[in-house]
Design a binder for this molecule. Structure first.
Ligand code: BG6
Length: 513
C-alpha cells in the first residue's frame, strides 16, 4: 500500500487538458476523498490537465466552511510530503499546483437523503454555469454503498443529471456495486431507470493501474505472444493479490464483505478478463467492455462438489508480518470474536470457451500474508520432448511468464539456458522488464487516469452494467455455499488447503517469499 504520488508530471502533460467541469464529491469529508481523490486531482493539476473552469464542490453532512474544507485537505495533502508511513507519499508538494486546486475547492453541507441538499447544489451549479460558461458536471459517489441509489435518484429528480446544450452530466460510482448478483441487478435497474448507461461510470481502481492496462498492450501490441496465448501452449494461470495489511480499522465493513466480495468480483475479475479476453475489434469502450463481459460469462458455474473441492476460505490468526507481531482477525476492532468471515480466498476457475477449455485459472487473494504482491503468472506447457536424455539434464522447466502488477511493476519470463562449462547443464534464467528501468514515471494512485477519463468521457476503463452483473454471477455459487474457514498464521503464504488445491492437480502456487 505504499505508493507515491506520480513524480513525473511531464508524462501526464502529454495529454490534452480535460474540459472544464464542476466535480461534485459526495462523501467529501471521507477517507477516499483525502487519500485518493485529492492526491489524484492534485496530480492532474500538476500535469496541467485541469483548466480554469474546473471546480470541486465537496458535499457532506458535517458543518464546515469552504475555508475549513480547504485547510483540512491542504493539511492532508501536505502530510504526504512528510509522512512516509501513510498510504501515499510525495517527495514534495508543488505549491503552485496545490494552490491552484485549493482555490477551486468549495464545500456544501447537506444530508445525502434530503431533497434540500440537491436544491442548494443545483443553485451552486447554476451560478457556476453563469460564471464559468459551462454546465459540465461529474458527481462522484465516494460514500457508503447504501447511498448510491438514493443519491442518483435525488440527482435525477432535481434535474441535475439532465444534459443540455452540449453539457455533460456523469455519475461515478465506487465499489462495492451490490453485495451479490440480486442486489447488483437491483441497483443497476434503479440507476438505469433514471439515467443513461453512458452517464454512469462504475469505477474499479485496478483498471487505473498502468500494469493492469499493460496486460492488453502486451497481448495485443506484440505479435509474438498471442499465438501462444491459449490452451495449446498454456498449462495454467495463477492470479494473486497478496496483501500484508489487515483490515485497517475497517472491521465493521469487512465483516459484511470478506475477501470474496471485497476483491474477487471486482479487482480479481479485472485481472482475469484482461488476461483471458479475446481481442476486441477496436479499443473503443464498447468493443473492449463487450469482450470482457463475454469472458466472465464463460466462467463455468461450479456445482456443490466442485465448490467443496475448488474453493478455499481462510482467516488470519495472530502472527508476524515482516517481523512485526500483529493480532488475529478476530481480535481486530469491530470484528466478532467468533467471526467466520474469510480474509483469504483461493479458487480454481474454468473458462468454458475455445481458447481456454481445460486451462485452470487459479485465483487467490488475502490479507496479512507474507508479502504484498499482485501478479498474473502464465505457466506454459513443458517442451514436448526431452532430447537431453544422454546428458546430465534430468528434466526441463516449463517457461513461466509473470506480469508483475505491484509492487516492482514489470514483466518477467523464465527460460532454461545452458550453464557455461564443458558438460550440458541447464539453469533457469530470467528475463526482466521493469517499468522503472524504462519509464520515468513511478506508479501513480491509479485514480489520475480514471478521473481524467471521466472528464473526457472515455468509459473504456469503467464497468458497464452487464460487466458487473456477470462478475457477481460468477461468484454467486461461492456466496451461497461458503466453504468452512481455515485458519492461517499472519505473515504466512495462506491456509494449507490452498496449497492442497493445487497439489491435487500436481501443481503448486508460486511462493510468496
Ligand atoms: C480495495 C479493497 O478495493 O482494494 C481493500 O477494499 C484492498 O480491502 C484494496 O486492500 C487493494 O488495493 P491495492 O491497490 O492496494 O491493491
Amino acid at each position: 500500500m505504499r505508493e507515491r504520488l506520480c513524480p513525473d508530471p511531464a508524462l501526464l502533460a502529454r495529454a490534452s487538458p480535460a474540459p472544464p467541469a464542476s466535480f461534485v464529491i459526495f462523501g467529501a469529508g471521507g477517507d477516499l476523498t483525502r487519500r485518493l481523490l485529492m492526491p489524484a486531482l492534485y496530480n492532474l493539476s500538476l500535469g496541467r490537465l485541469l483548466v480554469d473552469g474546473f471546480t470541486v464542490i465537496g458535499v457532506d453532512h458535517n458543518e464546515r466552511s469552504d475555508e475549513a474544507y480547504r485547510q483540512g485537505l491542504t493539511e492532508a495533502v501536505q502530510g504526504y510530503a512528510t509522512d512516509r508511513s501513510g498510504e501515499f507519499s510525495a517527495d514534495s508538494i508543488d505549491s503552485h499546483a496545490w494552490g491552484w486546486l485549493r482555490d477551486r475547492l468549495f464545500y456544501l453541507t447537506g444530508d445525502f437523503e434530503d431533497a434540500a441538499t440537491y436544491r442548494r447544489l443545483g443553485e451552486r451549479l447554476a451560478a457556476a454555469k453563469q460564471a464559468g460558461g459551462h454546465g459540465n458536471c461529474v458527481f462522484y459517489l465516494a460514500t457508503a454503498p447504501r447511498f448510491f441509489g438514493p443519491i442518483v435518484e435525488h440527482l435525477a429528480k432535481a434535474g441535475l443529471m439532465h444534459e443540455e446544450q452540449g453539457d455533460f452530466r456523469r455519475a461515478v460510482i465506487e465499489k462495492p456495486f451490490g453485495t451479490d448478483l440480486a442486489s447488483a441487478r437491483a441497483l443497476n435497474a434503479r440507476i438505469l431507470g433514471l439515467v443513461d448507461e453512458r452517464q454512469v461510470f462504475r469505477i474499479d481502481h485496478y483498471l487505473g493501474k498502468e500494469t493492469v492496462q499493460n496486460i492488453l498492450a502486451l497481448r495485443f501490441a506484440n505479435g509474438i505472444f498471442e499465438p501462444l496465448w491459449c490452451r495449446d501452449h498454456i498449462d495454467h494461470v495463477q492470479i494473486t493479490a497478496a496483501e500484508t495489511v489487515g483490515v485497517e480499522g475497517r472491521g465493521r465493513f469487512y465483516e459484511t464483505a470478506g475477501a470474496l466480495r471485497d476483491m474477487v468480483p471486482n479487482h480479481m475479475m479485472q485481472l482475469l478478463t484482461m488476461t483471458a479476453m479475446e481481442p476486441p475489434n477496436d479499443f473503443g469502450a464498447d468493443a473492449v467492455r463487450a469482450e470482457k463481459t463475454k469472458v466472465v460469462q464463460a466462467i463455468w458455474s461450479p456445482g456443490p462438489e466442485e465448490l467443496a473441492r475448488d474453493v478455499v476460505r481462510g482467516q488470519y490468526d495472530a502472527g508476524r508480518v515482516r517481523g512485526t507481531a500483529v493480532p488475529g482477525y478476530r481480535q481486530e476492532p469491530n470484528v466478532a470474536p467468533d467471526s467466520g468471515t474469510e480474509t483469504y480466498i483461493a479458487m480454481k476457475l474454468h473458462i468454458d470457451n475455445w481458447r481456454w477449455a481445460g486451462v485452470p485459472f487459479y485465483v487467490r487473494t488475502g490479507k496479512r500474508l507474507a508479502v504484498r504482491r499482485t501478479e498474473v503468472a502464465i505457466q506454459f506447457k513443458p517442451a514436448p520432448y526431452t532430447m537431453f536424455r544422454a546428458t546430465p539434464v534430468e528434466c526441463t522447466t516449463p517457461n513461466l511468464m509473470v506480469l508483475h502488477i505491484q509492487p516492482n511493476e514489470g514483466i518477467s519470463l523464465s527460460l532454461s539456458a545452458k550453464q557455461p562449462g564443458p558438460t550440458l547443464r541447464l539453469a533457469d534464467v530470467r528475463m526482466d522488464f521493469r517499468y522503472t528501468d524504462w519509464f520515468k514515471a513511478g506508479p501513480s494512485t491509479g485514480y489520475e487516469t480514471l478521473l481524467y477519463d471521466v472528464l473526457i468521457g472515455d468509459a473504456t476503463l469503467f464497468k458497464r452494467a452487464e460487466n458487473v452483473e456477470a462478475s457477481w454471477a460468477a461468484v454467486q455459487p461461492m456466496l451461497e455455499s461458503p466453504a468452512e474457514v481455515e485458519h492461517y498464521a499472519a505473515g504466512s503464504d495462506g491456509p494449507a488447503g490452498a496449497e492442497a488445491l493445487l497439489a491435487r492437480d500436481g501443481r503448486h502456487w508460486l511462493k510468496l517469499t
